[in-house]
Design a protein around this ligand. Structure first.
Ligand code: NAD
Length: 388
């Protein structure tokens, strides 16, 4: 098909329309600049009060509002969501860059016990960059423990889970009475109890929901389990918020219960799937050639697990006897699912019918989360399709 050159009148019409687009783009840029100025006011406000940059609920509400607005005016909500996520990401990163340099209690002395390890090195870097005096106590430094503890403001224990309680017992007698005793262990019940039992001063439990390779603290979650906290002991939490992180407070028991699902069950199920593929010597590359993006996403998660440190995962999965009981229950539920699929033991109902009925009950229970899940996984799948 040959294209026709527009005549003079049509050219004028086109120029008018293009002019209108230029005008609107100009206004969009002006509006973004005005938005950015207000963001700067928010930064100043938060900086003064040492508040978190990222508020997941506020961002989710904003996105929902923009999506609904888009629908009303005939714009694709996914298109709007992508634009606004980009705008929010930018303003968040400028806010974080501005706020994260600030030390909430610069000059305070922090001892990182196990500071030569992966998480220890991460926190050494961040505290040092914010003006804290960081000391490290490693396996071979115990003869200097008294010197390392003198004048301390916080001792942060970052040794392997199995070593944490004995390290608390060994360290506690050397700590100044107002020093905060804290830990980064992934299991909170036994460690917070050991700190409270062995040290009469302030106690805090931390669990970073991120690994040592994170390049940023922005939007990273830090769970804080209360121990023995005075108002003047809030600075570590405030520091994390100032770095752009999100602080979630939870009792140790609730934390451990949730972590059993989020970490132990999740990782164990992934391990089990990977092990099954291995035992059957499945040709992974060949399966990928046939694969739906969903399978690819799942296999990525399995491959990711086996690319990491087995010690870390064994520590998490086998951390407490309760976790083993949970995994046994999971196995039982697996077996019952299989029974449901065979026609036996279903009280006359065929296996497929009971599967469908159970599926519907579960779908109802998942409720509105299903919409969110479709949206989020759809986003990931599309990204995967774009790239691979
Ligand atoms: P790691 O093995 O890399 O580091 C542990 C460090 O502790 C090592 O440098 C080791 O030499 C030192 N250490 C061991 N026994 C010691 C002792 N008695 N005295 C002094 N130092 C001793 O482990 P990591 O991954 O950094 O994990 C540390 C803590 O952080 C663990 O409690 C873990 O549950 C928690 N955590 C880890 C991650 C993660 O992704 N790695 C995430 C969240 C929480």
């Amino acid at each position: 098909m040959s294209t026709m050159e527009p005549n003079h009148k049509e050219q004028a019409q086109l120029a008018l329309l293009r002019g209108q687009i230029d005008d609107l783009d100009h206004q969009l840029v002006e509006l973004l600049a005005r938005r950015q100025k207000i963001v700067a006011e928010v930064v100043a406000f938060k900086k003064e009060r040492q508040m978190s940059v990222y508020h997941p609920a506020r961002e989710a509400d904003m996105i929902d509002l923009r999506r609904h607005h888009g629908l009303k005016v005939g714009l694709d909500p996914d298109y709007l969501e992508e634009i606004f996520r980009g705008i929010m990401r930018y303003s968040r990163s400028t806010q974080t860059a501005e706020i994260s340099r600030v030390g909430v209690k610069p000059g305070a002395k922090i001892l990182l016990v196990g500071g030569g390890g992966a998480m220890g090195r991460l926190f050494t870097r961040w505290f040092t960059a914010s003006g804290y005096e960081v000391r490290v106590l490693e396996v071979s430094d115990w003869e200097r423990v008294a010197e390392l503890c003198s004048g301390l403001d916080m001792a942060l224990i970052s040794v392997p889970i199995a070593e944490t309680v004995s390290t608390v017992v060994r360290l506690a007698p050397y700590l100044p009475k107002d020093c905060i005793l804290a830990d980064l262990t992934s299991v909170k019940g036994p460690t917070v109890k050991a700190m409270l039992d062995n040290f009469p001063g302030p106690v805090l439990g931390f669990h970073p929901m991120f690994g040592p390779d994170t390049p940023t603290m922005e939007r990273q979650i830090m769970v804080i389990t209360p121990g023995r906290e005075r108002p003047e002991d809030r600075w570590p939490a405030e520091q994390f918020a100032a770095w752009g992180g999100v602080v979630v407070r939870a009792e140790a028991a609730e934390h451990d219960e949730i972590m059993a699902i989020v970490q132990a069950l999740r990782h164990f199920a992934t391990f089990t799937f990977g092990r099954f593929l291995y035992q059957r010597k499945i040709n992974l590359n060949r399966t990928l050639e046939f694969s739906s993006p969903i399978y690819r996403l799942e296999l990525d998660m399995v491959g990711r697990l086996f690319a990491q440190d087995p010690e870390l995962y064994s520590e998490i999965i086998f951390a407490t006897p309760e976790r083993l009981n949970l995994l046994r229950d999971y196995l039982e539920s697996f077996k019952r699912n299989l029974e449901m699929l065979s026609d036996r033991d279903t009280g006359g109902e065929s296996g497929r019918e009971s599967f469908v009925a159970e599926f519907k009950r579960i779908a109802e229970w998942f409720g509105p989360f299903s919409d969110q899940a479709i949206r989020e996984s759809g986003y990931l799948i599309n990204k995967l399709i774009e790239r691979f």
